[in-house]
Write a protein of this length. Sequence first.
Length: 277
Amino acid sequence: MSTAVSTDLLDRPGARITFDVRGSGPLLVLAGSPMGAGPFGPLASLFADDHTVVTFDPRGSGRSVVEDPDADSPVAVRAADLAALVEHLGGGPATVFGSSGGAVVALALAQERPDLVGTVVAHEPPLEELLPDAAERRTATDEIVRTYREHGPAAAWGLFLASAGLPVVAPEEVPERTALPAAGDEATARQVADERHFFLHEMHETVRWAPDLDRLRHARIAVGIGDASAGQLCDLTSRALAAGLGRPPEPFPGGHVGFVEDASAFARRLREVLSRA
């Protein structure tokens, strides 16, 4: 499906956020982290006939540059970026679908700015602090970062996949890399910069964010889990979140990036979930 896309920039403290807009109608934001706008394209097009669909690259990733490449990217800062983007596009309440770290950011937005959010679908947020082995998970994250510093991205991705319970694949096939350009010198330089930002300044901020469940129970939140994610880290964290919110999780087709694997099937399920939220 071909849908017209307009691209714009939003200036934020310490960063310039690049975002894309498709369609018209109620505001639907698709948020990833570190995944940027690119992999959401097919899903966004499937909603553009009846929604204004917004995708974006989070600060420090892809096209969204930061002033200080050595600055950390706390969840609260990324949530403030998302709030500013919603306000820039006319204000809420917006429907927000967040995947992985983007689901964490969407939850933070619902927690801090409920006026801007109608419904949040949090698909597989890696909220490790909700798990009984959170201390061991922190140690594993520290080891991934150390490995990146000492041995480079390939070794770090291997540990990352093992820690997440994901199948070990070639580094270029890791889901978080799918937002990167496909080839060329620019792609290589961007990939290096994005991986550095993720491992050194974003990953630990994301997995160590602890939601305020008492506040989030008052929000309209659906917790999504991929059918193929059983036993993986994000299956465990999503189930812990759903239990903490007192509601059952919602199954979605595919795995951690099911919306990339089969956008049509995923869109149908997302519409079902939103109709009941």
